[in-house]
Ligand binder design. Structure first.
Ligand SMILES: [Zn+2]
Length: 114
């Protein structure tokens, strides 16, 4: 079980790192395009599209970074032997859920509780 969990976490991490690299690349190409554009963002339709894209890419970078941090915490739980145990009720989290969300800390009933 433990080896499977470690594999799940490693696979997910690899996927996120690929996504992060793509987002970083997107951000640097927007940065380049912006430096070539005029300073007058508000009245330049292209400039405002770039701003929108920039915010979206930054949002994605934040999301991916957060999930990577969650995966680090999940790795620590594997090491501590508490991985796959709901942090709220202490019941085991079904492995199907962990396959979908390797960083999950809560079982489905606890996660859907408001
Ligand atoms: Zn629970």
């Amino acid at each position: 079980m433990r080896a499977e969990f470690e594999q799940l976490i490693a696979d997910r991490r690899a996927e996120l790192e690929t996504r992060l690299a793509a987002v970083e690349e997107r951000l640097s190409s927007i940065r380049l395009a912006r430096s070539g554009a005029t300073d007058d963002d508000e009245h330049d339709p292209e400039g405002s599209t770039l701003s929108t894209e920039w915010s979206r890419a930054e949002g994605q970078r934040t999301d991916v970074g957060r999930e990577l941090a969650d995966l680090d915490a999940a790795s620590e739980r594997v090491g501590a032997g508490t991985y796959g145990v709901c942090a709220a009720c202490g019941n085991p989290i079904p492995v199907e859920r962990l396959r979908l969300l390797p960083a999950a800390r809560l079982c489905v009933p606890c996660a859907s509780r408001p």
